[in-house]
Design a protein around this ligand. Structure first.
Ligand code: NDP
Ligand code: 13P
Length: 374
């Protein structure tokens, strides 16, 4: 006989969810939540875009082919979007998270959780996105939904898995914890969330992988193949792990969906804006001419600086992120920056062995890469 399920252990999904940000990922998450049976309000800052979305049932600017399901309402009035909501997904670029959370806070009752889905680290403070939201909208659980998720594939119904993590009060039973409730609230036949209690670990993965993806893009654009990509992904994972652990996250979280999963996706697909930005730079396209000058959200370009600022403060060695910073922020020629990265002293894997030797072919590397890369 099958064991009876104790229904007190099953989380209650949220009834109404508000998504702040009508870009590609905000629209995709709103579609997922509506498909999962939630009543969804999708807030976008542009009134004309919201009106057209509501009228045509398609977002005219992002994921244009995706028909919006019943139960999803688009609007530009922030107070109306947040009225009566039970949980918020904040899905605007990382530089806007503090402002958006502060605008939402007075319109949200205490206790309504905010899940920040932007990937990054704040420039002025070195804080993770959940920590930024916690400061700007205190008095509520703060979490994230993250993982290897291209918006267009999620919206098209490709099987997609994410990690959901959230702060929780000490006495909250497992089924009432916001991460579990949000995971259930977003579950559909094709969208499968996992729950994590390591918010720091999953967020560090999301912030740093975009910088590593730029490095992979640059090297692919310069003509290097899969050996090089695998090396950068693996050494990039090591940088993510070091930062996550230093900030209080757990080592094993880094090999989950929000770490290795997202790193693999972003580092190996031209669909990624970060990879694609890097690819164009690696082919010799000048900084201002990438994406023909269009204002595309490339989080890693900005976060190469925020991540390395934080690493420097923590005295943590993150050489791939430093190389990307030199190229995208300091304007160092790619060949020179890569040669310097590649011909650093030889060392041990793992870092704990603490072993280094001078690189015997440093000058040859500088000549080779300096000649063949822009
Ligand atoms: N796209 C993806 O596959 C995924 C993206 N993410 C993350 O989600 C975040 C958002 O990315 P994504 O949706 O793809 O980006 P998009 O460029 O597709 O959309 C950005 C959205 O944010 C809005 N926005 C920009 N600035 C502001 C502001 N100051 N105040 C309010 N709204 C603003 C834009 O409005 P407008 O159109 O009016 O400019 C637009 O609706 C990023 O951190 C990204 O890394 C995470 C997982 C997957
Ligand atoms: O975060 C993403 C996939 O998980 C989207 O990556 P890009 O921002 O590089 O397109």
């Amino acid at each position: 006989m099958e064991a009876a399920v104790d229904i007190s252990t099953i989380p209650a999904p949220y009834g109404r969810i508000t998504v702040l940000g009508g870009g590609a990922w905000g629209t995709a998450l709103a579609v997922v939540a509506a498909r999962a049976g939630r009543e969804v309000r999708l807030w976008m800052r542009d009134a004309r875009q919201a009106e057209a979305t509501a009228r045509t049932r398609h977002n005219p600017r992002y994921l244009r082919k995706t028909a919006l399901p019943d139960g999803l309402e688009a609007m530009s009035d922030l107070a109306a979007a947040l009225a009566g909501t039970e949980a918020v997904l904040l899905v605007t670029p990382s530089v806007t998270v503090r402002d958006m959370a502060a605008r939402a806070a007075p319109l949200l009752p205490a206790g309504v959780p905010i899940f920040v889905c932007a990937k990054g680290i704040e420039a002025e403070t070195g804080l993770l996105m959940s920590q930024v939201a916690e400061q700007a909208a205190p008095g509520r659980p703060i979490g994230t939904v993250t993982g290897p998720t291209f918006a267009s594939e999620t919206a098209a119904g490709h099987p997609t898995a994410v990690t959901v993590a959230c702060t929780t009060g000490p006495d909250v039973p497992p089924a009432q914890r916001p991460a579990a409730r949000m995971a259930l609230s977003l579950t559909t036949d094709t969208f499968r969330p996992y729950v994590s209690d390591d918010l720091v670990g999953v967020e560090v993965g999301g912030a740093v992988k975009n910088v590593i993806a730029i490095a992979c893009g640059i090297l692919a654009g310069a003509g290097f193949g899969e050996n090089t990509r695998a090396a950068i992904i693996t050494r990039g994972l090591d940088e993510i792990k070091e930062l996550a652990v230093r900030l209080g996250g757990r080592r094993e979280t880094v090999t989950g969906l929000g770490g290795l999963g997202d790193l693999m996706l972003t580092c190996s697909s031209p669909q990624s804006r970060n990879f694609s930005y890097g690819f164009q730079r690696g082919q010799g396209v000048a900084e201002g001419a990438v994406f023909d000058g269009a204002p595309v959200v490339v989080e890693g370009r900005f976060n190469a600086v925020t991540v390395t600022d934080l690493a420097r403060r923590l005295e943590l060695n993150m050489p791939i992120c430093e190389m990307v910073r030199e190229i995208v922020a300091d304007g160092r020629p790619i060949g020179e920056a890569f040669a310097a990265y590649w011909s650093r002293p030889l060392m041990a894997e793992p870092r704990a062995m603490d072993l280094t030797f001078p690189h015997p072919a440093e000058d040859a590397a500088a000549r080779r890469f300096g000649e063949m890369m822009p």
